[in-house]
Design a binder for this molecule. Sequence first.
Ligand code: ATP
Ligand code: MG
Length: 385
Amino acid sequence: MSDNVILIRFGELYLKGKNLSFFENKLKDNIRAKLHGIECKLYFGRGRYVVKEYASADEDAIIFRLRQVFGIHSISVAQRCGYETDEIVALALKIVPDSGTFRVSSHRSFKKYPLNSMELNRMLGEKLLLAKPALSVDLHEPDFTLHVDVREQGDVYLYADTIACAGGMPSDTAGNGLLLLSGGIDSPVAGYMLAKRGMNLTALHFHSYPYTSQAAKDKAIDLALKLKQYCPKLNLKCISLTKIQETIHNKCKPNYMITLVRRFMMRIAQRVAVAENCGCIINGESLGQVASQTLESITVTNAVVSLPVFRPLIGMDKDEIIEIAERIDTFKKSIEPYDDCCTVFLPDFPLIKPTIEKVEEQEIRIENYNELIDEALQNIESIEL
Ligand code: ATP
Ligand code: MG
C-alpha cells in the first residue's frame, strides 16, 4: 500500500452556483467509473477530492486515467500527516531535498489550526534551514516548492508538484452532439473540444466502400476508440456514400462534386442527429483550410440544416490543431495514409466560391435525391466500441 495520496482539484465548477451539486455528482461518477478495476478509496470532500489507499504499483495508472477525466483541473501526489507540528516538520524534512533553493507555500482551510498560513510557512522554513544548512530560501524562483495543505479535520498534505489535467466540464453535463468523424487530423480534435465541455458524442463516419478501403473505416473506428477514453458514452455510426457519390459523378458537373457531397453529408447528419437525440452537429472545419472550408462553401453546406453546427477549430491554424491531436494521442492514427470518402471522384478544380442558386441547379439533376438519403440511412451501421 502506498503512503501517498492523490489530491484532485477542479477548476471552473465553482462558477456553477446552485447547480454545483449536479456537476459535482457527475464528476464523482466519472472518476469512479474511470478508476474502476483499480483498488483504492475515494474521498469526496468539499472543494477537493482525494484518492487514497492504493498500491504503489498503481499510482502511474491512476494518474494517467485521472488526466483523461474532464472537470479535473490538476492533481498532486501528496503525503499525509496529522496536524501536530512535530509530524509536519518530520514529513517536510523527508520531502525537501538537502540542498538548493526552496520556499514553503501553505494553505489552511482547517481554521482551528493554530498558525495561519504565513506563520506556518515561516515556522517550516526556519526548521528546514536549521536541519539542512545547504538549503537557502528563494521566494520567487525556487528549485523546490513545498506545498502544505491543512485540511478540515486536521489532515495535512505535503507535496511538491502539480500535474496539469484536461480541465473542462464533467462528461455528460452538456447534452449530446453528433460529431462528423473522418479519418483525418481535425475532426477527432473537434470532438475532443466539445467533449471537454461536457458533451456526449455520437460519431458519424461516412465511407465510400469499395472506393475507400476497409482499412479507412477501421481507422475511423480506432479514432473513435481513442476519443471514447475521454468521452465514455461515445458511440459510432457508419454510413455509405458510395451510391450518392456515383450518382453525383454521373449527373452533375465535376467541379461541384465536393460541395454536393458535403450537402448530402449535412442533410444525412441532421437526420441522424435527430434520431440519436443530438442537439447539434460538430465538424472539424477550419476557415480557409481547403476549398470546402471557405466562407462561401460553409454557407452553402450549412444552409441545408437547421440544427446548430459547432466548428470548434474554425479559427485555428493546422499546427495548433496538430498540437492538440498529439496531446490527446489521435495524431499518429490520423496520419495513417488511407483515403477519405471526400477524395473519391475528386475534381481537378473544386469550387472555392459556390453559390446556393448554382448548387441547387446541379442538385435538381438528381431526381431521386431524397430516396438516396433514405436508402443511405436505412443502411446505417452501428459499430460496437
Ligand atoms: P479532417 O482532418 O477532420 O478529415 P479535413 O481537413 O480533411 O478534416 P474535410 O475533408 O474538408 O477537411 O472535412 C471537413 C470536416 O467534414 C471534417 O473535419 C469532418 O468533420 C467532416 N468530414 C469529412 N469527411 C468525413 C467523413 N468521411 N465522415 C464524417 N465526416 C467527415
Ligand atoms: Mg478529411
